[in-house]
Write a protein that binds this ligand. Sequence first.
Ligand code: 5AD
Ligand code: SF4
Length: 440
Amino acid sequence: MKKLFVKTYGCQMNAYDSARIADLLAPLGYGAAVGPEDADMVVLNTCHIREKAAEKVYSELGTLRVLKEEKAGRGEAMLVAVAGCVAQAEGELMLRRAPVIDLLVGPQTYHRLPEMIARISRAGGKALEADFPALEKFDALPDAGARGLSAFLTVQEGCDKFCSFCVVPYTRGAEYSRPPEAVIAEAKALVAGGVREIVLLGQNVNAYRGEAGDGKSWSLARLCEALAQIDDLARIRYTTSHPRDMDDDLIAAHRDNDKLMPFLHLPVQSGSDAILAAMNRQHRAEDYLRTIGQVRAARPDIALSSDFIVGFPGESDADFEATMALVRQVKFAQTFSFKYSKRPGTPAAAAPKQISEGVKNERLQALQKLLLEQQDAFNDAAIGSTMDVLFEKPGRGRGQFVGRSPWLHPVHAEGKELIGKILPVKIIARTANSLKSVLE
Ligand code: 5AD
Ligand code: SF4
């Protein structure tokens, strides 16, 4: 058997794509490798969102080049593929800069990997694939096998919002929603394979507008309602949302759909209206706060999560203070925060008044301190309460298991064969990143 090692960078969308790449290559006889050392093929599934993404990939490629040469010395071959957004953005430049690469596939084309592998093994040389329509990609994929108890399911890709700091609209292209029937069929297949929780994925997932066979357009709320009819599916989540697309019916679904979990990741990026305008976010701070108010009215216990960028070009002390004020007002359960970093080709990269690294660091530290206090307070508030946990994997200690609460707290408990079960536990303590519990 040949062995495949996929290294994933970045977002959940990429983790999902990596799992599909493994599915796709299984029929060619590729099983899982432990690392690049014992792999016949290495795929770097790259992401452009993180800082210095391309540099990290090039550095990894340097390491792989040495490994490939060592293997060649022993008469062993190793294929190196780069997939994802960095591959898309760098294109042929990447093949020239890193000749170790055998295959380059963009986010829309990884379903062609088997064919590309066949082609280079027949003819030798390098393979490069650019854009293909999203529909072809989805239809060409094999049905996802069950992988664990919680599975990602992509329902929407791309983004038309063009936030001025972001590359996604350029690398992932225009918004596209899968037809609801295809999503429901895939969800049923996942559940038949043992999945209990489905996380609906999309760069702009709440902008979902899937066209059904009868020509009707489905919202995300309607899709969640249909998925809730699948008996053995216990939990539905979705990510990532845009504040502008937080429609009334989705908010109502948080009240009415029991399987929709009380957790919302809704990036705000900044609390300053001037910065939000410069970011082209198409909402003001008060719009965000109003939406949060509506969501909380529908589901008072909902846990809130967000993304923040500090040091966007032109951000003054007062702008940053507005972000801190918004955070104090909302109280988040869990968050991601970043220093602004230039993405080539985006409007903000060319903006005047770039902020110094020193100021960015100070602001990020202050924001993260506040966010961590809120996260700890959120987790502390759980102590003493009883909640249902979906146990997903063994913990570190003997007889220990880890799972998630409805609010996405990681929860530990001791017991026998808990994996796959949803059980009530009593929370007894908080550690740095998780909760300790005992079975009820
Ligand atoms: N600089 C810093 N953070 C960014 N993000 C996206 N682009 C940039 C950038 N140029 C962050 C945003 C987004 C998250 C996925 O990554 O906060 O919501
Ligand atoms: Fe990027 Fe903005 Fe689209 Fe999110 S909404 S993917 S940040 S352009």
